[in-house]
Design a binder for this molecule. Sequence first.
Ligand SMILES: [Zn+2]
Length: 288
Amino acid sequence: MPELPEVETVARQLDKKLRGTNVASVELLQTGRETPTGKKFIHALVGKKIKNIARRAKLLVWNFEDGTAMLAHLKMTGRFVFVDADYKPGKHDRAIFIFKPVAVCSRSPGRALGTGRDALPRLVWSDVRKFGFVKFVKAPELKTVLSCYGPEPLQTQAHGLAERLKTPKGRKVKAALLNQEVIAGVGNIYADEALHRAKIRPTRRLGTLSEDERLRLAKEIKKILCESIDQGGTSANDYVDASGKKGNFLGFLRVYGRGGEKCRDCGTEIKRIVIGQRGTHYCPGCQR
Ligand SMILES: [Zn+2]
């Protein structure tokens, strides 16, 4: 599942291309994962001017000028990819969004900008597993949704993140990291990797972590997320960015998806266990 670095990569690409444009049209190819459904969704979006496209936790947040927004969650296999005008929709495509630049000349906006309809940015939303969703929200709901998440790791000092890992004392540290109310945006891959880098076993209970260990873990979380963003994220499964490219961080992973292989640091065989129904990878040699 795309986590903070992957969603951040997509958000930056969408923002770069779409900020300041208007939603010109929305073509729903498969209904059911949009709110409100069907024509109501299209009506809610068409004509909205995009103020910016940002990320909160693993959510893409399309902020419109009038204070409303569209939230998009990629879940397992969702993707937003820019396509050309001659694009033929595929079996897993759910919607195509077309945007137009705000007209500088109202009589012939296309000509004024040197663009025809074919040159307008168009974005396809597709999702093989169908767990992802898009949702149009008004300002009060937007505020409520965004406030449900814990602190953003990139915008929070390591000490602040470490504080979040103190209680409940009986909770396993891996489970705490996966909880979006504890720290926003970290998922299975970066939880396993940060724990390996911090030399902490995923099965440790929060109450057993020393202040030093908590701080070490918080610093490693911040570090690995930044490193992964620099590489365009991790394509462990289907993830691609908004230009259809895979992320480059997979080769930098030390434990995730490497069960049975040797730890690159100490040579011990990496173990795969299950915590909270999630496959969890760690090195019994390095991690205490
Ligand atoms: Zn090791």
